[in-house]
Design a binder for this molecule. Sequence first.
Ligand code: OSB
Ligand code: MG
Length: 368
Amino acid sequence: MNIERITLREIRMPLLAPFETSFGLTTDRRMILLEVAGEGAAGWGEVTAGEGPFYNEESTETAWYVLQKFLVPELLRKPVRSAADASERWEPVRGHRMAKGGLEAALWDWEARLSGRSLSALLGGTRKEIPCGVSIGIQESVEKLLEKIRVEVAAGYQRVKIKIKPGWDLAVLERVREQFPSLRLMADANSAYTLADRAHLKLLDRFYLMMIEQPLAHDDLLDHARLQKDLETPVCLDESIRTLRHAEQAIELGACRIINIKLGRVGGFQTARQIHDCCRDANVPVWCGGMLESGIGRAHNIALATLPNFSLPGDVSASRRYWQQDVITPEVEVTPGGTIQVPEGDGFGYGLRLDRIEKLTVRKETFP
Ligand code: OSB
Ligand code: MG
């Protein structure tokens, strides 16, 4: 594959509503878009790092730096044979997986377009539609949360995830269960607890949640295994799974019964597929997580979620839940059955609103 040009852009997009988790509040997103062009086509990727290093150690600024200084120059140094081979070229760079994942995603989209195929087909995806859920942040009041859940359930979403933290957990879930006894419900703590909270977390069992996501430290496996032994509720790992090895070890230890796969967190499609296959072989279901992506990252998530073991509804939902206007066309929409129809066009299958992207761009750099 002959790369002629790589363009980095930082865009800023205000969220329609602030998103609060146990680690902080997001109001405006800063995302890096990558465009890889050559041989008469272009592919696009998105870096999913947060504005600050609070979900994991990366941020928009560190990703820009690592892309500009290390990842893009290494890619331009000699041609890659395929997108699947790209990630091994960046192995000498430790970590910085979201930066790698954004660039790798652009290569996958480009390769799919060059071969006149959908990204889903190139990845080995089989689904024509994917099941969808929503992630609802911490709210000012339980009433507000209940109202948000009502809206999403009416829209058809197949499951609801709420964010929890100490002080916003048992009493909140009690009220949600009262109002929605048969809702497919789960809770995400984003590492807000420790093993010392195990008796407290055990009380969650009475809400028969689909799972509790990442209750303990962001880099832990062993304590999660100890916790899972106590709980009836399945533990799902998000932050702790950054490599294939983490997934293998988590499964061997019994640290979780479900894994959330995020493209950026694991460094791209190649590793995401390996984790997917390892979970499939161990009968561990997976689902696709979200990072408040623009339409470009969202489109990649949709393609990833077409792989067969993505059997649970993911955090991939309609553009209009996040943005006044998205950067892709058509925008991502959800059917009344709570699914997203996978687009059939080349690459990730959506068009780009280049004029909108240009307006949102605050910096831009082209290589070589
Ligand atoms: O832990 O899944 C998470 C958003 C930002 C950082 C971490 C997480 C999330 C979400 C939102 O839950 C998912 C989405 O709607 O994109
Ligand atoms: Mg999570």
